[in-house]
Design a protein around this ligand. Structure first.
Ligand code: GTR
Length: 328
């Protein structure tokens, strides 16, 4: 081979490699949870599927433990394209997509089954359309159980037991209103700060599902877990609109299917983990109590609904439709 021919070939190979590199996308995925958590396992499976099935046109990597920022910040990053995919709870999403706030109304659903029925149906599609207008493509829904109160001091049986307790909530005014109505003091705070704040007495309590109560070790410092089940909030597996639009239709289909498969996996792992987490915290000495009169908490929420629907009358029908959704 002549030197010139070899040089020409090498240049050609280099040009091809550069085109491939320019076309290949490197996706960064945000995840708040640790290794082994159902959402983490499912999100990692999603990343593997996307990388393998697009044959490297997209290389997806998950960053666990919230190392890429707290949740409201991560939603912002995903919207402006600094992050490509994520698993978000729809609680903090309400600050960006107004209709999503409906899902943060306390005691909205009769139970997890009704939440599933709503989210896999036409109403769920409407939520995802609304999110996509704000730069967030929701491809499938994860389970997040029901959230209950826990604290460092005593069992909660009636709303009066919350009197004066400083309770951490996620970033959303509706949760502040919810705690205010029950007589507690709400403190919005990043998830990562809760353990230390419970330990040092900056707050007295928080609220979450069993798996998060357990995985964060909050049960070590706030052992009273009271089954109020006041919030049932779905989660999404979401893609940044700009990353989504950069995909070919064929790759969009691959990514969509990978998200649906991840959600199926997450729900199975979730159901199992709820029982495991409960057993683990109980064995470690957490004091779990049933709440006999949940209606006492529920009836105090009327002003939260009135306030929200007073400001957003356009969502009154949506609330009614959700409430009327039969459980499959
Ligand atoms: C968890 C949820 C996280 C985060 C956290 C919190 O249940 O999966 O995305 O929202 O609660 O309380 O901040």
């Amino acid at each position: 081979m002549t030197t010139m021919l070899r040089a020409g070939l090498l240049a050609g190979v280099a040009a091809l490699a550069m085109t491939a590199a320019a076309d290949a996308a490197s996706w960064r995925g945000w995840n708040i949870h640790p290794e082994g958590y159902p959402n983490t396992v499912a999100l990692e499976q999603f990343a593997t599927d996307v990388t393998e099935k697009t044959e490297g046109r997209v290389t997806a990597e998950v960053f666990n433990n919230g190392v890429l920022g707290d949740q409201p910040d991560a939603i912002d990053q995903l919207r402006n394209g600094a992050l490509d995919f994520a698993n978000f709870n729809l609680g903090p999403m309400g600050e960006f997509v107004p209709s999503i706030n409906v899902l943060s109304l306390p005691f909205l659903f009769t139970g997890i089954d009704q939440m599933h029925a709503v989210m896999v149906g036409e109403i769920g599609q409407r939520f995802s359309d609304d999110m996509s207008e704000e730069g967030v493509v929701a491809l499938a829904w994860f389970d997040s159980g029901a959230r209950s109160f826990y604290n460092t001091k005593k069992p909660i049986n009636t709303p009066a037991d919350l009197d004066g307790l400083k309770m951490r909530v996620m970033n959303n005014q509706l949760y502040v209103d919810m705690i205010d109505q029950m007589g507690g003091n709400a403190t919005p705070m990043a998830f990562a700060e809760v353990y230390q704040s419970l330990k040092t007495g900056v707050i007295d309590g928080a609220e979450n599902n069993y798996p998060s109560f357990e995985s964060t070790n909050h049960f070590e410092v706030a052992p009273y877990y009271s089954l109020t089940e006041h919030l049932i909030i779905p989660e999404c597996i979401c893609i940044s609109q700009s990353s989504w639009e950069a995909l070919s239709p064929e790759d969009q289909e691959i990514v969509r299917q990978a998200a649906i498969d991840a959600a199926t996996m997450q729900r199975e792992l979730w159901a199992k983990r709820e029982g495991e987490s409960k057993a683990k915290v109980e064995a470690a000495g957490a004091k779990i109590n049933e709440v006999a009169d949940k209606a006492a908490f529920q009836s105090m929420m009327q002003p939260v609904y009135d306030g929200f629907l007073g400001q957003n009358p356009q969502f009154a029908d949506l609330v009614a439709e959700i409430r009327a959704t039969p459980t499959n």
